[in-house]
Design a protein around this ligand. Structure first.
Ligand code: NDP
Length: 451
């Protein structure tokens, strides 16, 4: 049995029940098979066995008091997965579904994504099973302060630099950073996604969504295509989705879908820049439900369904799909429906939004398929740029950061293409992203000896 299969079997045996982690490890390791023959030194040094084991797994109690005076208890996580090429870096997710398996899958993926960015960042992820939805600002603040009361001792600007993810946006980063600053008595770049007034970078909020569209545009260009007049489906209504919609519009696309966890909107007339501003205000300021969009703009609303189910059930044609909500949102049936309806390109704004069956269908049908670790790497790349600005104690202009983001996305696209070709899988972005990300980390691990 090859070392790859042995490692996959071991992961399933020692951590039964961690299905998202198994899925991520299997997806990455299976594509690394060609590296085994070419790099016997990796096998000898146990790189494949070591890379799937986190450096450190932290789980902690997060007690806080709600507005009624009741004590609430959540579970906090930080997984420092691998710091071979730089300080640990990766977001925090606050969502009731958060568990060890989900944080491990995200932390594992982050190793390769961060490596692809060309910036010196290791892989980590964290969060809590706390749901900010429906909580008052005071409750969110007290939760964030309690979370940081434990996390602060494990992080630092040169050690581990968390950022946002689902449920952790500007408000939460503000509370987390404010509390870290107070108990550490230092103002350093320990978190990214900060407000502009206290060390944040221009373009960081936009970066993941913009980056996913830049990556899709690079893939389209390989076939002489672009966004102009293309019908675009976006899922989610959060940070990544909002800026994916904004950039797709700017590039000439017509976005017709948006969703949150309770409903999907189909707007045949297109979610134009004004409507996109409305979505931003609705979700970021009013913290409302996406169904309100349907009332305001007389669009179709499908309660309890995600974008991809609605596209399949209604037979809607889209050219470009940008899943930007959550993991495993596109299953095999939905992927087949996208293919049947003429979709040409899928760029994952979210992490692992396509199931393995969906990915296979996209690849078998020669759809341009950009996996999350490449297509959504613009967010962490710009976090890396925020860290650089914090270290240098200066701020770049919007144009400067956007230019760097675009260059990084082009470079990631090229790395994926080059690695895929070099290892005999031309045009396979999944294999290309995994191998390109892996080789750099593996070589660094090799240099350190057995640690
Ligand atoms: P947000 O919390 O800002 O938004 C998430 C959106 O997805 C919300 O609109 C949410 O609905 C919706 N959603 C969540 N779960 C579901 C579901 N099961 N079905 C339908 N809709 C759902 O998170 P982000 O935009 O930051 O993150 C989205 C994805 O992008 C995640 O996979 C994240 O890991 C990934 N990502 C994010 C990066 C970033 O910089 N923020 C960087 C790289 C990847 P509701 O409003 O009801 O909660």
């Amino acid at each position: 049995m090859s070392v790859i299969n042995q490692v996959i079997e071991k992961v399933k045996r020692v951590d039964p029940g961690q299905k998202e982690f198994h899925q991520a490890v299997t997806e990455v390791l299976e594509t690394l098979e060609p590296t085994v023959k070419r790099h016997p030194e990796f096998v000898k040094a146990g790189i494949y066995e070591r890379i799937i084991e986190p450096d450190r797994t932290l789980m902690f109690r997060v007690p806080w008091v709600d507005d009624k005076g009741n004590v609430q208890v959540n579970r906090g996580f930080r997984i420092q997965f691998n710091n071979a090429i730089g300080p640990y870096k990766g977001g925090l997710r606050f969502h009731p579904s958060v568990n060890l398996s989900i944080i491990k899958f995200l932390g594992f993926e982050q190793i390769f994504k961060n490596s692809l960015t060309t910036l010196p960042m290791g892989g980590a992820k964290g969060g809590a099973d706390f749901d900010p939805k429906g909580k008052s600002d005071g409750e969110v603040m007290r939760f964030c302060q309690s979370f940081m009361r434990e996390l602060f001792r494990h992080i630092g600007a040169e050690v581990d630099v968390p950022a946002g993810d689902i449920g952790v946006g500007g408000r939460e980063i503000g509370y987390l950073f404010g509390y870290y600053k107070k108990i550490r008595n230092e103002h350093t770049g320990v978190l990214t996604g900060k407000g502009l007034e206290y060390g944040g970078s221009l373009i960081r909020p936009e970066a993941t969504g913009y980056g996913a569209v830049y990556f899709a545009a690079e893939m389209l260009a390989t076939r002489g295509l672009d966004f102009n007049n293309k019908i675009v489906a976006v899922s989610g209504a959060g940070n990544v989705a909002q800026y994916a919609i904004e950039k797709a519009n700017q590039m000439g696309g017509k976005v017709i879908t948006v969703c949150d966890s309770s409903a999907t909107i189909i707007d045949d007339k297109g979610i134009d820049p004004d409507k996109c501003c409305y979505v931003m205000d609705l979700k970021n300021v009013k913290r409302g439900r996406i169904s309100e969009y349907a009332e305001k703009y007389k669009a179709s609303c499908y309660d309890g369904k995600n974008v991809w189910d609605v596209i399949r059930e209604q037979g809607i044609k889209v050219d470009i799909a940008l899943p930007c909500a959550t993991q495993n949102e596109i299953d095999g049936a939905n992927a087949q429906a996208l293919v049947n309806n003429g979709c040409i390109c899928v760029a994952e704004g979210a992490n692992m939004p396509s199931t393995p069956e969906a990915v296979k269908i996209f690849q078998d049908n020669k759809i341009l398929f950009g996996p999350g670790k490449a297509a959504n790497a613009g967010g962490v790349s710009t976090s890396g740029l925020e860290m650089s600005q914090n270290s240098m104690k200066l701020s770049w202009t919007r144009e400067e950061v956007d230019k760097r983001l675009l260059l990084i996305m082009k470079s990631i696209h090229k790395s994926c293409m080059d690695a895929a070709e070099a290892y005999g899988r031309k045009d396979d972005y999944v294999t290309g992203a995994n191998i390109a990300g892996f080789i750099k980390v593996a070589k660094a691990m090799l240099a350190y000896g057995i640690v």
